[in-house]
Ligand binder design. Sequence first.
Ligand SMILES: Nc1ncnc2c1ncn2[C@@H]1O[C@H](COP(=O)(O)OP(=O)(O)OP(=O)(O)O)[C@@H](O)[C@H]1O
Length: 846
Amino acid sequence: MDKALKLMVDETPELVGQVQGIIFAATDSFYKVLAVQIDEMNFEYEGDEITVTGSFGDLQIGSNYQFTGQLKNHARFGQQFASEHYQRLDTSSAEGLVQYLSGDDFTGIGTKTAEKIVDSLGTDAIDQILDNPAVLNNLGLSEKQSATMVEQLKQSDGMERAIIALNQFGFGSALATTIYEHYENDTLEIIKSDPYRMVWEIDGVSFNRIDQIVVQGGLDPLDPRRIQAGIVAAMNQATFEQGDTFIELKELSLVAKRALERNDHTRIEPELIQKALLDLVEQEIIVADDERLFMADLYYAEVGIAQRIVELNEQKGTFKRSEVEKILNKVEKVQQLEYTNEQHEAMLAALTSKLFILTGGPGTGKTTIINGVVAAFQQLLSQSGLDQDKIASAIKLAAPTGRAAKRLSEATGMPAATIHRLLGISGRESLADLDLDPLEGQLLIIDEMSMVDTELFSFLLENTPNSMQVILVGDKDQLPSVGPGRVFFDLLSSGKLNYRELATIHRQDADSTIIELANDVKHGELPDNLMQRQADRSFFPAHAQQIPAAMEKIIVSWIEHGNSVRDMQILAPMYKTSAGVNQLNLLAQALFNPKSKQSRELIWREGDFEFGFRVGDKVMQKANDPEHDVFNGDIGYIKTIMFAKEAENEIKADYIEVDFDGNYVLYQRSDLMNITLAYATTIHKAQGGEYSLVILPLVQAFNRMLQRNLLYTGLTRAKDSLVLLGEPDAYRQAAETEGAKRQTMLPTRLEKALVGILPKGPSQAVRPQNEIPTPSYDINGQRGAPEAQSVNDPKEDDAVPAEVYQTKQTIGAVPTIATRLNNAIIQDQTIDPNVGMMGVSPYDFM
Ligand SMILES: Nc1ncnc2c1ncn2[C@@H]1O[C@H](COP(=O)(O)OP(=O)(O)OP(=O)(O)O)[C@@H](O)[C@H]1O
């Protein structure tokens, strides 16, 4: 074919050429970099060869392909063609197709048979065979030949066509890989016949993306599969964007209707939604509990938590109160502390029950109690005759993030793991399908429980045997988990489990005002001296546009005082705006790690945010990767950057090497979405971390994010110094705004399950909803306060006998819903139009 330059304005850039070689192929996705000899193109480009990047299936080197996409200018490699769609050309002519089908890939098929196939079926024979293998039936192929052909086509062309089709839906290489791995050889069929299924079967596939393409393709907008997908999209919005575990029927109907009428304006009648919803319930994709609708996994996770909590709570504690008392006195002496009454009582309760929950703000002694409990537990096991090796492995400490696990390990001097690692899961698998061996050991302590979401906690409890003692520790006033639910808060709010809330602050630093400030915020207030300089905190008033300049001054002063980037952290509520994480990262990077002529820099783009990774940069891991022992939120520093073309680069691909405290992890380009700059991070990402200096900019532009638990979480990350900057009113608004409560049914399920089974405590009737009942203590936490028992403390020497619990109610039975749905579903057209307006998306801060 003659090379021709057909430059046509407004035409999609297109390129035809022969694949010369594959320069790079990602191991965990379809992302590839190709060297292509150009035959034809409709854009301006100088040269005969071009680098083409994109998602590709099995490519035949030496074959001709047509690519459509964009010509891009890569900072280092110059012009490259980013392919969005591609197709193989060799098989588009009868001659080429015969050659292909009689080639090496298809053993047992000769030229004659191949010709017969092409003569009968035409040049789209491959598509026809993949769509319906029966078209081969009358062409004289043996059964074996037909089977080999279909299998081989599925493997090579099926995959290629699946990737092409996934590209048409705009899926990037990572998501295309996930989809292909899920459906394998059926991918193409599903994309063609029922693409909406992907909305609920694959995480990350949005209804809107599928819908835009399918509706354009002429599908009936009233097709039941489309309506079902719209419903699931509305469910996902409630759970993943709002953090609720369910959505009310009325709200669901409204949100689903809105989603369905967005890409096509055909009116969706309530009855259609009703019917589709019933189908989803019958297929057990959705579970209806009265008028509350749950995605099935979340429903069973919530029910599972309630069930397992009751079962654990029923178990007798292993140790008697009197023997624990004695050991605790010894431990107290070794720790050289005098435990306060609340601490002593908490440890006693923790050691004598199978399930115990501890909540408290910073400096209230949670770590002290964990240490005391672990030391006492070791001695109790030793007394019972267990040898030292077994004692060490009998106690398991874990936390939801790598960073929190590391802090727990440092504070206790014992090994601590992430919950994922403890369970041996990667976080990428579907928890519902996993069947693990139960955990081994006698004591399990989970720290930073407020970060644990419904599905992970359910899975943890499912794999925790009844013989294991469980202690859950956290701070209920912090942000809830990123995933759906607010498990820790709910466990406490049931008021019926064995828990303690620590109120007394023990931190000795006489001048510390950070904890005082956090305490005020917790109660919705700000101190009068907020803007006055204190020994450990200061306030710089600034409007949004002044934040960068003010931040620069603070950082320069930090550096001039000889401090390191390792001890400071900028925390902002969200990524966007001039006071957001992205801009502050660029600013801090320019000050801590300025660009010089010698700088090694790899340019990277996250959405519309472009920046360069440089050697020395502080970076954060954004996803769990147990294989390389790095987890979401882990902080590291870039040690090396290597480019593919460098002679000493053995990998022959660009890569970055990051040092995570001695664990060196390599990131090729296809992995780079897993790290980002970390001079500034969101407050959500900082959960479970602690820094010597925290700089916290708040302005009213963050409006929707200005909520109490966000401010509280940000403040309590500061160990020694806190710099507040921004608009005082933004701080006030955050302290005063309680924020939307996540909707969950866990407290009700727990309450039902536990009702009547425990010794009666103070009346629950007077307890205001959503407020956790606090066992009353003397303000100084002195021993001997009569009410110091929480409602279900074992009051006797022994833990509560199992018979006491026999009256528990059955929980989690799925109600028959058909009648309810039929009656209730959106007959009412007077729905409040504001219902269902979604708040802040977690994608704003994740
Ligand atoms: N009874 C006590 N007497 C004296 N000092 C105590 C006592 N209890 C705790 N402390 C001290 O108070 C400080 C804070 O306690 P600890 O670290 O256990 O709190 P924490 O709740 O784990 O805090 P954070 O969540 O901020 O890590 C520690 O220095 C600890 O040694």
